[in-house]
Design a protein around this ligand. Structure first.
Ligand SMILES: CSC[C@H]1O[C@H](OP(=O)(O)O)[C@H](O)[C@@H]1O
Ligand SMILES: Nc1ncnc2[nH]cnc12
Length: 271
């Protein structure tokens, strides 16, 4: 895989409407055992921290959520040196309490996807990792603190249900999810988070609510146009927040994430 002189330690995976992030970049196009990542990876610097950025759908949004090369993206980031990931995402809200423009840092996810490979460890040994708490606790607290400082009034916690897509939910599905107590809905949070865990990476979601999902609002239901429009109205506030999170992430990773694979015999070497 192509090497770069710079060693990024933090990765940002941008979602819908978040296709660029860094200035003065070096671009790399690594290959991986899982094929090429979604797009070229931009490497730059924020407050003295080396950062790698990749748009998960590609910069022209050519990869739909069920076809994103999740394994290639995570593998390539780790191979470049990344150990902590910040993952902004456009999500729907399953509660009228969280309107468009709300920033949430969920602490749980529910996988309702159907067709996605969710492991690097397919053969040669069975690897069963704990995923009880899917997100990095230090990353979450860092993100929440940065968001509070930036006057976002973020939502601390909640459950992100990840649907297969690419269609949005029916009203009945949406009401059912809400009735379970799940609060946010998206299409990309799985398997991204679990693949990060399988590589012993920290993973912190930053969810921006762009809409009330179909079962919550009385109107016509969410549209792609609405998601892009609302995300676009917030991106100029979200980019600096991601930069603040990067500045504040501790270098030494005092969380359990680096130890996710301790004592486990892996069938393949980590990059
Ligand atoms: C553009 S509408 C649906 C699309 O937006 C979200 O993308 P991301 O999570 O990458 O910000 C959602 O998951 C769908 O992929
Ligand atoms: N309502 C919704 N459902 C699924 N993914 C979304 N991304 C943004 N809004 C969404």
């Amino acid at each position: 895989m192509a090497q770069t002189t710079s060693q990024p330690e933090i990765g940002v995976i941008g979602g819908s409407g978040f296709y660029s992030f860094l200035d003065d970049i070096e671009e790399v196009r690594p290959d991986t055992p899982y094929g090429p990542p979604s797009d070229a990876i931009a490497i730059g610097e924020i407050a003295g921290r080396r950062v790698a950025f990749i748009p998960r759908h590609g910069r022209d949004h050519r990869h739909p959520p069920h076809r994103i090369p999740y394994r290639a993206n995570l593998w390539a980031l780790r191979a470049l040196g990344v150990r902590q990931i910040v993952a902004p995402s456009a999500v729907g809200s399953l509660t009228p309490d969280y309107g468009a423009g709300t920033l949430a840092v969920p602490d749980q996810l529910v996988d309702r996807t159907q067709s996605r490979v969710q492991t690097f460890y397919d053969e040669g040994a069975a690897v069963h990792l704990s995923f009880a708490d899917p997100y990095c606790p230090t990353g979450r607290q860092t993100a929440l603190a940065a968001a509070r400082t930036a006057q976002w009034a973020p939502v601390d916690g909640g459950t992100l249900v990840v649907i297969e897509g690419p269609r949005f939910s029916t009203r009945a599905e949406s009401r059912w999810y809400a009735a379970q107590g799940w609060t946010l809905i998206g299409m990309t949070g799985h398997p991204e988070a679990v693949l990060a865990r399988e590589l012993a990476l920290c993973y912190t979601p930053l969810c921006l609510v762009t809409d009330l999902d179909a079962g919550i609002e009385e109107g016509e239901g969410v549209t792609m146009e609405e998601v892009f429009r609302v995300f676009g109205e917030n991106i100029d506030r979200l980019r600096p927040l991601v930069a603040e999170v990067i500045k504040s992430l501790p270098q030494n990773r005092p969380c359990p994430c680096p130890h996710s694979l301790d004592g486990i015999k892996l069938p393949i070497p980590l990059p």
